[in-house]
Design a protein around this ligand. Structure first.
Ligand code: HMG
Ligand code: MG
Length: 307
């Protein structure tokens, strides 16, 4: 039987966080509901971060509360980013009010680059890891899965190329704190297949074979090379990938004056590569196409007509 690949759609979070036009909570909910029909394994719904830093996601609580009545056990895992204990408290409060584990996973996020870490979270890498210790411990005690992101896993918009061993060490540090999944983010879409080979070799070296089994790849598609990188990673044993419907996405703190941070690899493209490479996944193409249509429609309406 073909190996099963796990798909996470990050469109409602990574896809929308960089969008300057306000998008109503009910439209975000429409996108999440449409993604829930696709058969993906997880939907990254929003972030419990400072509303001053990411105004577009200031409605995270409202979005989850609107989703609560329709979300059931047949839904994908719903997840949210939390940068600190304040964010975790907000996520746990949503579950308390829902009387269920509506949010099944929280994601902490740090980076391999000190400059990016400061610009993204106003903290050094070491400070982010110290913040995560109680966050991860409490989340695990509450029965939640924890994803640990390492941004700038290939290159940083401010510091340039990253040392693969450094990336793997940050991944190992997150794993040591109790993260159940390590997500390597090519934040600015700089990776070529050779970079993925070197990165995964360093991960294997430092985190061991079991460590490789916890890896998810989060590829942005600036130069149209994310697809080749997925093929390379599949060949090297990675079985979990992020993508976004409609190819939406980008971190506002990775944007530079010359270039706005690029979108994630398009979920339909990821699906095609995964299935053409002989792997299986839970999603179906027509449902993914419908979700991409909804994503594009919502963005188009927010931007005043053009998608
Ligand atoms: P700070 O200013 O150092 O925080 O920001 P603070 O602890 O000094 O608090 C300052 C204010 O923020 C206070 O409010 C806190 O209450 C509030 P005030 O008293 O001034 O009114 N605050 C919060 N509010 C809501 N929720 C919270 C929270 N924490 C503090 N959780 C902080 C530090 C981490 C909060 C800030 O830097 C932040 O929110 N950063 C978020 C950045 C972000 O979301 N970036 C995008 C996601 S990462 C990404 O896109 C990359 C990824 O896709 C992978 C890849 O592609 O590489 C994941
Ligand atoms: Mg991203």
């Amino acid at each position: 039987m073909a190996s099963r690949v796990r798909l996470t759609d990050v469109a409602p979070r990574d896809g929308l966080q960089n969008e300057p036009s306000p998008i109503p909570a009910r439209e975000k909910v429409r996108l999440v509901r449409s993604l829930a029909n696709t058969g993906v394994d997880e939907i990254e719904v929003s972030s419990f971060v400072s509303p001053r830093w990411v105004p577009q996601l200031a409605d995270a609580r409202e979005v989850f509360e609107l989703l609560a009545p329709s979300a059931g056990p047949d839904w994908p895992v719903l997840s949210a980013l939390v940068p600190n204990e304040q964010g975790l408290d907000a996520a746990l409060a949503v579950n308390d009010r829902a009387g269920a584990r509506l949010i099944g996973k929280v994601s902490v996020f740090t980076a391999a680059s000190e400059t990016f870490s400061r610009r993204n979270t106003n903290a050094t890498i070491a400070e982010t890891l110290a913040r995560f210790r109680p966050v991860i411990a409490r989340a695990r005690r509450a029965g939640l899965e924890v994803r640990g992101y390492v941004s700038c896993a290939v290159a940083c918009p401010f510091e340039g190329r990253m040392e693969p061993r450094r990336v793997a060490q940050v991944g190992q540090a997150l794993s040591d704190l109790g993260a159940t999944e390590i997500d390597l983010g090519d934040t600015i879409g700089a990776a070529e297949p050779g970079d993925i080979t070197l990165l995964l070799a360093a991960v294997g070296d430092i985190m061991g074979r079991n460590g490789l089994g916890t890896i998810t790849l989060h590829l942005h598609d600036t130069f149209g090379r994310a697809g080749e990188c997925v093929r390379e990673a599949l060949g090297l044993g990675v079985t979990s990938f992020d993508a976004s419907s409609g190819g939406l996405g980008g971190c506002p703190f990775a944007s530079t004056p010359g270039r706005r941070a690029p979108g994630n690899i398009d979920m339909l493209r990821l699906f095609d590569i995964v299935t053409e490479s002989g792997f299986s996944c839970g999603a179906t193409r027509p449902a993914l196409a419908e979700a991409a249509r909804v994503a594009t429609e919502i963005l188009g309406a927010a931007r005043g007509g053009e998608a």
